[in-house]
Every structure is written in C-alpha cells, then in structure tokens.
Ligand binder design. Structure first.
Ligand code: GDP
Ligand code: MG
Length: 209
C-alpha cells in the first residue's frame, strides 16, 4: 500500500523554498535567483518504516510576494515545510504568521493543526550555528513539529527535515480516527483527510492556481 501526501512549502520570498524543493526532488542547487511564477510542484517518493510515501511538494506560486496564501493552495494539505532565512530575523519572525495562515485552511480531521516543520535555511552562511536547545525552544514556542537548520546549497538537513515531516504526518494518520461522512469513511485507515474538505461538497474541483 502506498500513500499520497500533499506538502506545502511556505515562507517569505527569497528564503530558499524553491531551492529546497529542487534539492529534495532533483538533488541540485542553482545559485541564480529566479522568482517562482505560477504553480510549481515537486514530486518525491520516500520509504518510511516500510511504507512507500509519494509526496507532492507545493511550492508557493508567487503568493510569498503577496504575503498571503489561498484556500485552494492549502486544500487537502497534510503537512508543511515553513522556510525562513536564518540570517534574516524578519523572515524568522514571520514563520508563525505563515503557520497560522496554513492552519486557517488546512487542519486534521480532529481540528488539530497539520504537522509543520520549520526549516531555518541558508545555514551555510552562519559562522556559528545556534545550539540545538535554542532551536528546540524556538520550535516549541512557535508550535512547530520540529526545527532544523537547513541549507539547500550544501544539502544540510534537507532530507532530514523532509523525512521528519513525512514521519509526523504518517504518525498523525495512524492516531486519528477516519472521517465518516454519510456513513462512509472518507479516508479508510486513518484521519489524514481534512474534515473541512470531507464535508464541503460545494467546493469547485481542484485546479491549478
Ligand atoms: N547561501 C544559500 N543561499 C541559498 C540557499 N537557498 C537558497 N539560496 C539562494 O537564495 C535565493 C532565493 O532562493 P529561492 O529558492 O528562489 O527562494 P524562494 O523565493 O523562497 O523560492 C537564490 O539566490 C538562492 O540561490 C541556501 O541554503 N544557502
Ligand atoms: Mg520560489
């Protein structure tokens, strides 16, 4: 049995979201800055505890410039990588805002937040890395599942952060009861499907943003 997950990649402009997706999906890094225009998707397959998990990564489609995200983008998301530039404090401060925006449109069937992992990116630019305890504290305060110093440039922790998110989503799936609508399970085997989508029959069909 394999699982399909939708993972959002959110955060301020130029924090390295597209670079992280490229690192995860193709294991490449491009130095040049090219703003993401339109929808960009990455696809990555991972084995987690013997299960094949197919993950669609949804890069922000220029919505980082507008400072907000759409309901359609968040729809049915199972988890998110929230990215900041570790050398720019204003982008770190904004991570809680991005997390709150995701939570507005994407929640688990029990109403809890979907797992979100904080990627403090561009760690290769730091002379001295903050202690893990400080990172853990920051993550706890912000309500993140976990926090990692990452670098799309050197690949530091990119896979680790991604896999920890997928693991957290799979764990949540196992813990939550299935969503039942009209006596039919919307998600046999676990509560990953979002309650809001399960009961929202009037929504337009999913389309590219
Ligand atoms: N030093 C360093 N630069 C990075 C890293 N990730 C991205 N960048 C650079 O930061 C700029 C913005 O990256 P991009 O992925 O387009 O950011 P996005 O707007 O969040 O998608 C580009 O010039 C990248 O080359 C990183 O881990 N380390
Ligand atoms: Mg981008």
């Amino acid at each position: 049995m394999s699982f399909f997950l939708k993972v959002l990649v959110v955060g301020d402009v130029a924090t390295g979201k597209t670079s992280l997706v490229n690192r995860l999906v193709s294991n490449v890094y491009n130095e040049g800055y090219k703003a993401t225009i339109g929808c960009e998707f990455g696809f990555k397959v991972v084995e987690i505890e013997g299960e094949t998990v197919r993950v669609q990564l949804w890069d922000l489609a220029g919505q980082d410039r507008l400072g907000g995200i759409s309901k359609l983008y968040c729809r049915d998301a199972h988890g998110a990588l929230v990215v900041c530039d570790v050398t720019k404090t204003e982008t770190i401060a904004k991570t809680t805002k991005w997390k709150a925006q995701v939570s507005e449109y994407a929640r688990c069937s029990d109403g809890s937040e979907i797992p979100m992992v904080l990627c403090m990116n561009k760690a290769d630019l730091l002379d001295v890395s903050p202690a893990q305890e400080r990172l853990d504290h920051q993550g706890k305060e912000g309500g993140f599942t976990q926090v990692f110093l990452t670098s799309a440039k050197t690949a530091l922790n990119a896979e680790t952060a991604f896999e920890s998110l997928v693991k957290a989503v799979m764990q949540k799936r196992a813990e939550l009861p299935p969503t039942v609508v009209d006596g039919r399970s919307q998600n046999p085997g676990g509560g990953l499907k979002l309650a809001r989508q399960a009961v929202d029959t009037k929504s337009p069909k999913r389309k590219c943003c």
